[in-house]
Ligand binder design. Structure first.
Ligand SMILES: Nc1nc2c(ncn2[C@@H]2O[C@H](COP(=O)(O)OP(=O)(O)OP(=O)(O)O)[C@@H](O)[C@H]2O)c(=O)[nH]1
Ligand SMILES: [Mg+2]
Length: 276
């Protein structure tokens, strides 16, 4: 039985062949459905079009899922903060990552030896900081390397490893200075750790249960955090069930005090929660 299709249909068929994007093709197929008369003779054609639409939609879904997966495969933030090591070739980035994070990344005289971001965990007095070596900077680095640019933009702190003012000027001109940064040379690892800690503006708080010793591992929080902020870190119910907290502060005049949710904590405080 001839389907007896209108002239618009054939125009749309031409448009369909010329269109590359899947979204575009779906739109045209949907238009086709709307111009085809609804009678028995055109049933087969309509069925064919619906099948094509469904296949294209499935393919689009699959592509979107793949894209989301690719984004997830990037480096995930872990620990209390994320710090990126940045420098010229042979400035000692891998050397530092190996020493501070107990890693075994190739670190020889060869320039540009590290060609993708390398990740380690740095322990500062029990607080875990994610340290990332970025491949060495070269002219055009920031424009060309998307993953690295993303890390530079989203990390908490940049650490520039330099041997001279000239190195520093070059790095600044390549990646900009909008983010906060520390400057270091690779020789003095302890002072580097200290600088990173100071610039991150974090405090360590030790929680304890009544009648027990404080936890060994501190909770790291932003400077100015309150009892409520610690509570939220531990468990969402803590704040709801909160009665009061006791804060123990070694070097203060008042070494022990009973406080409420708004009490502002200091580095080294021990917090004992009393809940309902
Ligand atoms: N002893 C010592 N050796 C260092 C120090 N910094 C760098 N080196 C050496 O200098 C060389 C280059 O250092 P790397 O750490 O590989 O340099 P990089 O910044 O990672 O540079 P890329 O190769 O571009 O990744 C290696 O042989 C290191 O062992 C340092 O502070 N002390
Ligand atoms: Mg390296």
């Amino acid at each position: 039985m001839p389907a007896n299709l209108p002239i618009e249909y054939y125009k749309l068929e031409e448009e369909y062949s010329a269109t590359k994007s899947k979204q575009g093709k779906i739109k045209i197929l949907e238009k086709m459905l709307s111009v085809i008369p609804q009678h028995k003779a055109s049933q087969k054609v309509r069925g064919e079009i619906r099948r094509k639409i469904s296949i294209l939609k499935k393919e689009l879904q699959l592509e979107a899922r793949k894209k989301r997966g690719a984004r997830k495969r990037g480096i995930k933030k872990e620990g209390a903060a994320q710090v990126c090591l940045i420098g010229l070739p042979n400035s000692g980035k891998s050397y530092i990552l190996n020493k501070l994070c107990n890693k075994d990344i190739p670190s020889t005289e060869l320039p540009f030896e590290t060609n993708k971001p390398e990740v380690g965990m740095l322990d500062i007095d029990g607080v875990q900081i994610q340290l990332i070596e970025l491949p060495s900077i070269y002219p055009g680095f920031y424009e060309k390397r998307g993953e690295e640019r993303n890390l530079i933009l989203t990390c908490d702190l940049l650490c520039f490893l330099i041997n001279s003012e000239k190195d520093l000027d070059f790095i600044k001109s390549e990646i900009g200075t909008e983010k906060q940064f520390v400057i270091a040379n690779s020789k003095d690892l302890d002072s580097l750790k200290k600088k990173i800690w100071e610039k991150l503006n974090l405090i360590k708080v030790y929680t304890k249960e009544p009648g027990k010793k404080p936890e060994k591992r501190p909770v790291a929080l932003k400077c100015g955090s309150t009892i409520e902020d610690v509570g939220k870190e531990i468990h969402k119910d803590f704040v709801k069930r909160f009665k009061f907290a006791k804060v123990y502060r070694k070097h203060a005049k008042v070494k022990e005090r009973r406080v409420g949710l708004n009490f502002v904590l200091e580095d080294g405080d021990i917090v004992e929660f009393h809940i309902k």
